[in-house]
Design a protein around this ligand. Structure first.
Ligand code: GLC
Length: 467
């Protein structure tokens, strides 16, 4: 990898270079980037085998890179009826949802979305953040909360949680840029319940789940062949059904064939030693400046929070070596200044002349990219970064299906902006899965929009059914 990154320095384009030489050096610079970002079959095979190994490790003891967290959600979809509520905190935005369920199927739902203000997210307190959320719940449930028994609420909290029961879970570590104090190592259900009780909001948090779990369960109530829930959005992670007897590290679980959902927290895959991850100097730089340095290295190569930044760092490197005009390095000098949304627009441009690339660069960043060859380089960089993300998440899905012995026929419920909004993403993802599990496998990757929240409502329904 080192040699590849230094090749850009060797290829520096100068004013004196004749047009043909300049063009040759530009081509070679892009190829050097391509060689770093495009993953070969051999790399994917090694990574997926190692991924399965790490899954086994995570099931046998705590503290592994893939955490493999038991969720206490069992593989069942009872035909419940009733009104259920869900709270979905996925990142900066959160939603409160009211769901009407009949015979285990969603009849109707409505929701209210809000944003967690920065002061609560960065450096704020648990009381401030959960108090803010409790106020939003209070204003949403208003009249319904007059019933005698409290309203049951399923709570999706999309961060690494160790659960001790379906309604009890401790935050292991903040991810996705959150630094709110007093939440790590605490039970988040209690933190929320305390703020609800303080405000006399008649709501009881009956279930806690991760967004991947909610996504899988929401689909599972409709389609019993759903084997995984995956998020490829601001963060990235997956869950799947595992036989209880294989969850060796939790002695309290009954040993048997009953399947429990495992929240893998695969964003942290191979973060300790970087044995197989194809990290580039750009990935190292992102990690170095992140609030959770050394963690979530896999997620930092896949998810929307970082894709824009990886592309920006590559474009700046190409500008510094002359393969792109100097203005790129000048205008794109701000960390996280290039959004994943724009890189997705740029990478989707298939118009001759790449006018969409030009217009996005011009209007959003003040870069007048006049040369078609430069626009091509920009588009290819954004594509390479997004395609690598699709290859890596496809590898993780394939490895999980292989471990669970579900690699012949499965539905994968996926949500998240990167998967939804990047046009060729699904094709690359599916192709990668197939090359690893076998071309004849019937693997269906479906977009499960808003599944994370709805799933929490379904889990609340499961819990009330069990009582
Ligand atoms: C991060 C969180 C994880 C979540 C994922 C997707 O990786 O740690 O819990 O599922 O983002 O939102």
């Amino acid at each position: 990898m080192k040699r590849l990154s230094t090749i850009l320095d060797q290829l520096t384009i100068s004013e004196e270079d004749a047009p043909a030489i300049r063009s040759l050096k530009q081509k070679a610079s892009l190829q050097a980037i391509k060689a770093q970002f495009e993953l070969s079959q051999a790399q994917l095979e090694l990574m997926s085998t190692y991924f399965v190994h790490e899954m086994h490790q995570g099931l046998s003891r705590d503290g592994c890179t893939i955490r493999m967290l038991p969720t206490f959600v069992y593989r069942t979809s009872p035909k419940v009826d009733g009104e259920f509520y869900a709270l979905d905190i996925g990142g900066t935005n959160f939603r409160v949802i009211r769901m009407n369920v009949k015979g285990g199927q969603l009849v109707s739902s409505n929701q209210q979305a809000s944003r967690i203000p920065d002061e609560h997210k960065n450096g704020g307190t648990a009381e401030g953040m959960f108090g803010f959320v409790a106020d939003a719940i209070g204003s949403f449930v208003k009249d319904d909360a007059k019933e005698e028994s409290p309203i049951p609420l399923g709570f999706t909290f999309s961060f690494p949680i160790t659960q001790q029961a379906i309604d009890k879970g401790t935050l292991l570590k903040w991810t996705k840029g959150f630094t709110t104090r007093g939440v790590q190592n605490e039970d988040v259900v209690q933190l929320l319940q305390k703020e609800l009780d303080k405000r006399k909001i008649h709501v009881k948090v009956v279930a806690l789940c991760n967004d991947t779990v909610g996504t899988m369960v929401a689909r599972f109530f409709e389609d019993a062949s759903t084997e995984m829930g995956v998020i490829i959005g601001t963060g990235s992670n997956g869950c799947y059904w595992e036989r209880s007897k294989n969850i060796v590290k939790d002695k309290s679980l009954d040993r048997g064939m009953k399947e429990m959902c495992i929240n893998m927290e695969f964003g942290n895959f191979d973060s300790h030693k970087l044995n197989v991850l194809p990290v580039t100097p750009y990935d190292d730089e992102i990690d170095h400046h992140s609030p959770n340095k050394g963690s979530q290295r896999f997620e930092k190569m896949i998810s929307g929070l970082y894709l824009g930044e990886i592309s920006r760092l590559v474009l700046v490197a190409l500008s510094n070596n002359g393969a792109l005009p100097k203005i790129f390095a000048e205008k794109l000098n701000k960390p996280y200044g290039l959004s994943a949304k724009d890189t997705s627009i740029i990478s989707s441009d298939i118009l001759p002349g790449l006018h969409c690339v030009h217009d996005t660069l011009m209007t959003e960043y003040g870069i007048d990219c006049t040369q078609a060859s430069d626009r091509y380089v920009v588009r290819e960089v954004c594509r390479l970064v997004a395609s690598r993300s699709a290859q890596l998440s496809g590898m993780a899905i394939a490895a999980t299906l292989i471990k669970a012995e579900k690699n012949g026929d499965a539905t994968i419920a996926i949500d998240g902006s990167v998967f939804e909004k990047t046009p060729y993403y699904k094709a690359v993802l599916l192709k990668t899965i197939k090359t690893l599990v076998g071309e004849n496998a019937d693997i269906r990757c479906v977009l499960q929009k808003d599944g994370s929240g709805l799933g929490a409502g379904f889990i609340a329904a499961m819990v009330s059914h069990q009582k």
